[in-house]
Design a protein around this ligand. Structure first.
Ligand code: NAD
Length: 321
């Protein structure tokens, strides 16, 4: 236990990460403008409350999120070896490039922005937008060299379509890719991640599930304009929000607790941009870990509203992926 939050093993990496992770995309103003001091205070509060896992990408806010997280980490009150830092490569404000040359340069730039000498995890960011064969034959080998050089500790892949994970994992050398970061596939409205859990476990792959609030559809606030969900899904999530509001309950809490109950998932990454959100989410997470009774009646009502759109997703990436 660390500050009440449990640490879980991330597959075979040897990393022990908090069951609730800090998602850094809001630090890049992805969900609306966040003052730098609030962003930094959120990171510090997360660390104070036992979150030891921080995820970011050069893509978020076109490097802004990494820069802000770097400033926060410079003054974070815990030693470097006591937190797990994850960033990504291949997706940038300017587009996608999974070439060996660019990802190598990108990792060096991320390390500078983050004020660290290594990251624990480097993810190929949204692999479905690249050539999956290039990820296998060029990107992962380039990252392997960075691993040998001590700049990254473990390699992961992230993206939306679950089949893309299988494609890559079936083709890379065993042990090279150790982690997947899936998003929007384990929440109140979508549990399709479960379809590949046995496959990932058989391969010893650590599972990170991101966006338990479905990238804002279940936060209780208006989702960002760029949200790619089909209208039908947005409408159903709004109805679910109304069901909770009518009872004076928080859909964000229900959604987070729902996602965190599955122990096959090492950590659930939530985007947070204020001390209040960090405190609320850590409290909700600790309740789950302590086996607190869950609002089953509310869950049933919300699940009923979301049933017609269960596992409804959107297309992402190249057609062939
Ligand atoms: P999310 O589902 O975690 O939702 C984030 C939104 O919910 C933000 O607007 C946040 O302010 C709000 N929120 C958080 N706690 C709240 C609370 N208690 N009450 C009300 N609102 C609350 O979506 P996300 O941020 O996209 O996902 C989490 C993290 O996972 C990201 O920040 C990122 O680090 C990672 N991620 C990675 C990928 C990828 O690699 N392709 C994709 C999506 C997410």
């Amino acid at each position: 236990m660390a500050g009440g939050l449990r640490l879980r093993e991330l597959g075979g990496t040897g990393l022990k990460i908090s069951s609730l992770g800090f998602g850094g995309s809001p630090l890049g103003n992805i969900f609306g403008s966040v003052k730098e001091e609030d962003a930094i205070a959120s990171v510090h509060e997360a660390a104070r409350l036992g979150i030891n896992f921080f995820d970011v990408s050069p893509y978020y806010g076109d490097t802004l999120a990494e820069t802000v997280l770097g400033k926060a980490l410079k003054s974070i009150p815990i030693p470097r070896e006591d937190y797990v830092l994850s960033t990504k490569c291949g997706r940038y404000g300017s587009g996608f490039d999974f070439s060996a040359e660019l990802v190598t340069k990108s990792v060096d730039e991320s390390l500078q922005r983050l004020n660290v000498t290594y990251v624990d995890l480097i993810h190929c960011h949204d692999i479905e937008f690249g050539s999956l064969d290039q990820i296998v034959t060029e990107t992962v080998p380039a990252l392997q060299k960075l691993k040998d050089a001590g700049k990254v500790r473990h390699i992961g892949i992230s993206g939306l379509p679950l089949n893309a994970f299988r494609y890559v994992l079936d083709r890379v050398p065993k042990g090279s890719v150790e982690v997947v970061l899936s998003y929007c596939h384990y929440s109140l409205n979508d549990t399709s991640l479960l379809e590949i859990v046995p496959y990932l476990q058989e391969k010893g792959i650590g599972i990170i599930s991101a966006s338990p609030l479905s990238m804002g559809l279940l936060s209780g606030q208006t989702p960002p304009e760029w949200h790619p969900a089909p209208l039908e899904l947005k409408v159903a999530c709004n109805k679910a929000i109304e069901v909770c509001k009518a009872q004076g309950k928080s859909i964000a809490k229900l959604a987070l607790q729902y996602a965190m109950r599955n122990h096959d998932i090492a950590t659930t990454l939530v985007g947070m941009n204020s001390i209040e959100q960090v405190q609320e989410n850590v409290k909700a997470a600790i309740e789950v870990e302590q086996g607190a009774k869950y609002d089953e009646e509310l869950l049933k009502e919300v699940e009923k509203v979301l049933q017609p759109v269960k596992n409804l997703t959107w297309s992402s990436g190249r057609d062939e992926n």
